[in-house]
Design a protein around this ligand. Structure first.
Ligand code: WT7
Length: 652
C-alpha cells in the first residue's frame, strides 16, 4: 500500500494517521472516551475538577437555569494558586514556568515557578496599595512582556477582574474598554518594541485617559526606558513600586462563580462585547483540553504564538500551561524580524515541543517560501502542532504538516471562541485520524448540533447547517459584562433559550465529525445553493501562484449572489487576464461550476482585523461600488483604499 493510500487520500476525504510514536504515548488513548463522557457528563467534568486545588469542594457540579449556568457551585478556588503554589507543592518550584523571548535577538528571560510566584505576589501587593481588591477591575494595556502574565496572575490572586486590551489597539479603543469596566487602575508600558519598530503605549494611554475618567492611577512598565509624558499625581513606574513590595500575598479564596476576567470581542455591529469568564469552570476545561488536545508532557516547551491580548493567549499561553505545571514560551516579536527565520530559530534554540499558531501565519510562511529557510533549522524537538482561529485550508494544513511538522508531528485543529473560553472541538491527537480542514469531534463531555434557521429545525448528522451547542459547558462565558440581556439576545435567542447559537456554519458526517465552514455571514447563496466562501477560498489558494484569497458574494439580478474573489499573488507571478481565467477554471474544477467566481481581482493585501480575520464586508462594499464604511477595526485601515483602487482599475 502506498503511503497516500495508507493515509486515506484515495477515499475522497483526505486523512492522515496520527504518528505512531505519538499515538503510543498520548495522554488519552481510549477511543471510547466520548461515549463514557456522554454517559455521565457531570461526572466526567467533576473528575477533571478534582485535578485542581480547591479550598473547598463544590456542592453541585452544574446548575443550568437557561440561559445562565453555574459550575462547581459552592466550590472555593483560586486560579493563581492553581497556576503557582499548587505546582510548587508538587515539586515544580525550580522548574521554568515562563520563558520569555524579546523582539531583539538575545533578549531572553526565564522565571521558575518560585520566581514567578514572588513577582506575582509583589504585583498583587502593589495593586492592593491602590485599593484594588476582590471584585475591582484593572485594565491592562501591555505588550508581550513578562509583566503582562504577572499582572494577570496578580489580579487573579486577589480576585480582581482583569481586562487586557490588545496593545495594538488605538487610544479610542482603549478608552472604550476602560470605560466599560470603569477601571480605577491602568497598567501599561512606556513603549512596545515589535519587529524593530516602537509603539508609544504611554502616549496612547495619555490620549485614551482624556476620555476615561475612572482611572486614578497608572502603573508604567519601563520597557525601552524612553522618556514619556508624565503626570506625577497619577503615574508610577512599575519597578519603583515593585521594589517596595513584600513577595508574600495570600491567594483569595474565590467562589467558583466569581468573575475571573473580561475580554472584549468585536461583534459585527455595535459596541464590543465584554465577554465574562468566571474562575471555576474555565480552569477545569483549560486543564482538560491542555492535557488531551495539546497532550501536555512534563518536559514540554509549549509555544502559543498568539498575543495575550486575545483569548488564545489568555487561555493557552498563560493559564492552561501553568495550570498543568508546564513551561510556556512568550515571544514579543514578529515572525520576520530581524529575519524571516525567527520562529524556526526560536524552535531550534529553545527545543520547542508544541507550536500553537493561526492559519494566517502558516499561509504567510508558505507564501514567503519558508520551506527553504526551514531546512536550515533543526525542528526535531517539535511533536505537536496546533491550528486555531479560522478554518485552515487543506493546502496550508499540508504545508504545515510537511514543512514545519516534517511529517512526524501530530496536528490538532482546534475550534473554539472567545465566548467558549477553551477548546471545544479538535481531533484528539493520539486517537483520531487527522483531516485537513476539519476540527472533527467535539471534546468529550461537549455536545454539538446543527440547526436550520430557515426551516426552524434541528438537523441530524450527516447534514450541513448552523452550528449550535445544545448543552452548557464548564468554560462557557457567563454573561456579557453587566449586560445579561445582551448576553441572552446575542447567544440564546436565535434558536431558543437553552441553545447556544454559534454563528458558524458547519457540516457533520455520519460519524459525528464536524467541519466548520466559516461564519454564517460568510455563506453565499448562489441560485439557491448555499456556498461557503471558505471552500472557494481553499480552491483559489490551492492554485499555483496564489498566496492568499478571500471570496465574497456580489449581488446578482438572477442568481441572488455571485462569488467574487480577491487574491494576493505570490512573488514571481505576473497578474494577467489569462491568470484570472485560470483561477476561475480551477475553482470550477475543484468546487463545481456553481462556485465559479464571476471575477477575480489581484490585490496587494486583504482587509484584516488585528486577529487576522478577513473583514469581508469591506470587500463587499468595494465590489458593489459602495462607500468603504467603517474601517477602524482593520489592522491597517489604509489597506482598504488601496484595494479599492486596485479593484476599480481591474474592473474597467
Ligand atoms: C471564531 C471565534 C479560538 C480563539 C481565537 C479566535 C473561528 C476559530 C477555528 C477553527 C474554523 C475557527 C470561528 C469561531 N474559528 N477556530 N479551528 N476552524 N474556524 O476567537 O475571535 O472569538 O473567533 O473563529 O468562526 O466562531 P474569536
Amino acid at each position: 500500500m502506498s503511503e497516500e493510500e495508507q493515509n486515506g487520500q484515495g477515499s475522497g476525504v483526505e486523512t492522515y494517521n496520527p504518528p505512531e510514536d505519538f499515538a503510543k504515548n498520548a495522554n488519552i488513548q481510549d477511543p471510547e472516551i466520548w461515549q463514557k463522557a456522554n454517559e455521565d457528563r457531570e461526572g466526567f467534568w467533576e473528575s477533571w475538577a478534582e485535578e485542581l486545588h480547591w479550598f473547598q469542594k463544590w456542592d453541585q457540579v452544574c446548575n443550568w437555569d437557561p440561559p445562565f449556568v453555574q459550575w462547581f457551585v459552592g466550590g472555593k478556588t483560586n486560579p493563581a494558586y492553581n497556576c503557582l503554589d499548587y505546582q510548587i507543592e508538587q515539586g515544580r518550584g525550580d522548574k521554568t514556568a515562563l520563558l520569555w523571548i524579546g523582539d531583539e535577538e538575545g533578549d531572553r528571560q526565564t522565571y521558575t515557578y518560585n520566581e514567578l510566584l514572588a513577582e506575582v505576589n509583589k504585583c498583587a501587593n502593589m495593586l492592593k496599595s491602590f485599593g484594588i481588591e476582590k471584585g475591582s477591575t484593572v485594565s491592562i494595556y501591555l505588550p508581550m512582556i513578562p509583566e503582562l502574565p504577572i499582572a494577570m496572575l496578580a489580579c487573579s490572586r486577589i480576585g480582581a477582574i482583569h481586562s487586557v486590551v490588545f496593545s495594538a489597539f488605538q487610544p479610542a479603543q482603549l478608552a472604550e474598554r476602560i470605560n466599560d469596566v470603569e477601571a480605577p487602575v491602568l497598567i501599561t508600558a512606556d513603549e512596545s518594541p515589535r519587529g524593530g519598530k516602537k509603539t508609544p503605549l504611554k502616549e496612547y494611554s495619555e490620549a485614551a485617559l482624556e476620555d476615561a475618567p475612572s482611572v486614578q492611577n497608572v502603573i508604567v512598565v519601563r520597557r525601552t526606558g524612553e522618556d514619556v509624558p508624565w503626570d506625577d499625581d497619577r503615574d508610577h513606574y512599575w519597578d519603583e513600586l515593585m521594589d517596595q513590595q513584600s513577595d508574600e500575598c495570600p491567594a483569595e479564596e474565590l467562589d467558583a462563580e466569581d468573575p475571573w476576567f473580561v475580554l472584549y470581542s468585536s461583534g459585527s455591529t455595535g459596541k464590543p462585547k465584554g465577554i465574562q469568564h468566571n474562575v471555576g469552570g474555565l480552569q477545569v476545561q483549560l486543564k482538560a483540553t491542555f492535557m488531551w488536545v495539546c497532550d501536555h508532557k512534563e518536559d514540554d516547551i509549549w509555544w502559543c504564538t498568539a498575543d495575550i491580548g486575545w483569548i488564545t493567549g489568555h487561555s493557552y499561553l498563560v493559564y492552561a500551561p501553568l495550570l498543568c505545571g508546564g513551561t510556556t514560551l512568550q515571544f514579543e516579536g514578529t515572525p520576520t524580524y530581524p529575519d524571516n527565520d525567527r520562529w524556526f530559530q526560536i524552535i531550534e534554540n529553545e527545543g520547542v515541543t508544541g507550536l500553537y499558531a493561526a492559519p494566517t501565519a502558516i499561509r504567510a510562511f508558505q507564501q514567503a517560501g519558508a520551506d527553504e529557510t526551514i531546512r536550515d533549522h533543526d525542528l526535531s524537538s517539535l511533536r505537536i502542532l496546533g491550528s486555531v482561529g479560522e478554518p485552515i485550508n487543506p493546502d496550508a494544513w499540508r504545508w504545515y504538516y510537511e514543512n514545519i511538522g516534517q511529517e512526524r508531528c501530530a496536528i490538532v485543529d482546534t475550534w473554539w471562541q472567545t465566548e467558549t473560553g477553551a477548546i471545544m472541538s479538535s481531533n484528539l491527537p493520539g486517537i483520531n485520524e487527522m483531516v485537513p480542514g476539519s476540527t472533527t469531534y467535539p471534546f468529550p463531555g461537549i455536545e454539538f448540533g446543527l440547526y436550520d434557521s430557515e426551516e426552524q429545525q434541528f438537523l441530524e448528522c450527516p447534514a450541513s447547517g448552523e452550528l449550535i451547542i445544545p448543552k452548557p459547558w464548564p468554560s462557557q462565558l457567563r454573561t456579557l459584562w453587566q449586560d445579561p440581556d445582551r448576553y441572552k439576545d446575542e447567544y440564546f435567542s436565535d434558536v431558543d433559550e437553552q441553545t447556544y447559537y454559534v454563528e458558524d456554519g458547519a457540516t457533520c458526517d455520519e460519524t459525528g465529525a464536524y467541519t466548520i465552514t466559516g461564519r454564517i455571514d460568510d455563506v453565499l447563496n448562489v441560485s439557491g445553493h448555499r456556498l461557503s466562501t471558505v471552500e472557494i477560498e481553499n480552491a483559489l489558494q490551492g492554485t499555483e501562484g496564489v498566496a492568499e484569497a478571500a471570496v465574497i458574494g456580489r449581488s446578482h439580478d438572477t442568481k441572488g449572489e455571485e462569488p467574487v474573489g480577491f487574491v494576493i499573488i505570490q512573488e514571481g507571478y505576473e497578474w494577467s487576464e489569462d491568470m484570472e481565467q485560470d483561477l476561475i477554471d480551477h475553482v470550477a474544477e475543484e468546487a463545481g461550476s456553481i462556485s465559479k467566481p464571476a471575477r477575480v481581482f489581484a490585490v496587494d493585501d486583504l482587509p484584516k482585523t488585528n486577529s487576522g480575520k478577513i473583514m469581508r464586508r469591506i470587500l463587499e462594499n468595494i465590489s458593489e461600488g459602495e462607500e468603504l464604511g467603517d474601517t477602524s477595526t482593520l489592522a491597517d485601515p489604509s489597506i482598504a483604499e488601496t484595494i479599492q483602487e486596485q479593484t476599480q482599475q481591474q474592473m474597467q
